[in-house]
Design a protein around this ligand. Structure first.
Ligand SMILES: C[S@@+](CC[C@H](N)C(=O)[O-])C[C@H]1O[C@@H](n2cnc3c(N)ncnc32)[C@H](O)[C@@H]1O
Length: 343
């Protein structure tokens, strides 16, 4: 009875959340059309609209799976605490204005941020998703997660939470104080807060190449036991065999193929024997024929120069070449979680 009640609460929470993000999606889309009519706002084609029921069922299935994380006690319900509505609403006008600027950037094909920082690799200095300043400014960091949730109509957090089952399985029998978890490309800490709430006693380090995004994460997680370090996934400043788990969320589709390979090799190097690598990222070409349209349109509409290569990448082969065993996979809507152990 209690479980049923909790599952229903979880369902109501996500329906409300998704509806509110659908509203914000429409608002931002119409605002952009009104104030930058020359911009072609990507629309969903008719054959995809016909798949609406299938898509809704697929999202529902992801939420049902997500609910088990809470009912099985892997995640505390406090993870679902929404941010202050005032803070949320204050950000919305900024997102609407940014969307007009992003439309202009797209129209003029401005793919690089107007300023740069020393020491960053060239592939990184880009306006991914037409984000103003790419990953190089506080403004971008402030808006990023809210923009992502609007784009995915509120489903992004549940997609990110796919990491939790393999993460929990990897560390549940270890003494918490001895466990080292490393998150690579944590952004502004979108999933990190939940990880730190679920495993408060573990040694948790989060890293990202963007100083601005890492500052955002530091602000968000200031009261939690977390270490922060600015670092590239392909050149991790950690000792060999020092980590029990290395994970990343939404990194691999944004890096070139040679960097993807190096990042996997680095994860292998820093993992302890029997350590686990967990990757949450977009589905790939072979994963879900019904979503091929999204895989085709996303890099065109959102300036993602490495995305097509990512969707065609043989991840399993790269993992095996690095020394890992056979990976396992779980899909949730447009995302999949791949996990694999070091022998
Ligand atoms: C799409 S965002 C994902 C952020 C966050 N993990 C999330 O769940 O939304 C990609 C992140 O990867 C970071 N990034 C890109 N290339 C990187 C690299 N080579 N090493 C480390 N971080 C990188 C960016 O700064 C950005 O924060």
């Amino acid at each position: 009875m209690k479980k049923l009640l909790l599952d229903k609460t979880h369902q109501a929470y996500h329906i409300t959340r998704t509806l509110s993000y659908v509203g914000e999606y429409k608002l931002v889309q119409n605002f952009t059309k009104l104030f930058s009519p020359w911009v072609q706002v990507p629309d969903v084609p008719q054959d995809q609209r016909d798949k609406r029921d299938m898509i809704l069922q697929d999202i529902k299935a992801m939420y049902e799976e997500d609910a088990t994380l809470f009912s099985e006690g892997i995640l505390p319900y406090s993870v679902l605490t929404p941010e202050s509505p005032l803070k949320h609403l204050k950000r919305l006008p900024k997102i609407m204005l940014a969307s007009v600027r992003m439309g202009r950037q797209r129209k003029l094909n401005i793919t690089r941020p107007s300023h740069s920082e020393e020491g960053l690799p060239d592939y990184f200095k880009r306006n991914f998703h037409w984000q103003i300043d790419g990953y190089l400014s506080r403004e971008s960091a402030e808006l990023y997660n809210h923009q992502v949730e609007i784009l995915f109509t509120g489903t992004a957090q549940a997609m990110r939470r796919l990491i939790f089952k393999p993460l929990y399985e990897a560390i549940k029998d270890k003494k918490p104080e001895d466990v080292q978890i490393l998150e690579v490309a944590a952004g502004t800490g979108e999933i990190s807060e939940s990880v730190s709430k679920a495993f408060p006693k573990m040694n948790y380090t989060i890293s990202d190449l963007s100083r601005a995004y890492l500052s955002g994460a530091q602000e968000r997680l200031k009261n939690r036991k977390v270490n922060f370090i600015q670092a590239a996934a392909e050149d991790l400043p950690f000792k060999d065999q020092s980590q029990d788990v290395v994970f990343s969320v939404f990194l691999f589709h944004e890096i070139p193929s040679s960097v993807r390979e190096k990042a996997i090799q680095e994860a292998f190097r820093v993992l302890k024997p029997q350590g686990r690598l967990i990757i949450v990222d977009s589905i790939q070409k072979q994963d879900m024929p019904d979503y091929q349209w999204a895989l085709y349109r996303f890099p065109i509409d959102y300036h993602e120069p490495f995305y097509k290569g990512y969707t065609e990448w043989d991840m399993t082969q790269t993992l095996k070449e690095a020394g890992f065993g056979e990976p396992q996979t779980k899909r949730g809507f447009l995302t999949k979680c791949v996990w694999v152990d070091k022998p």
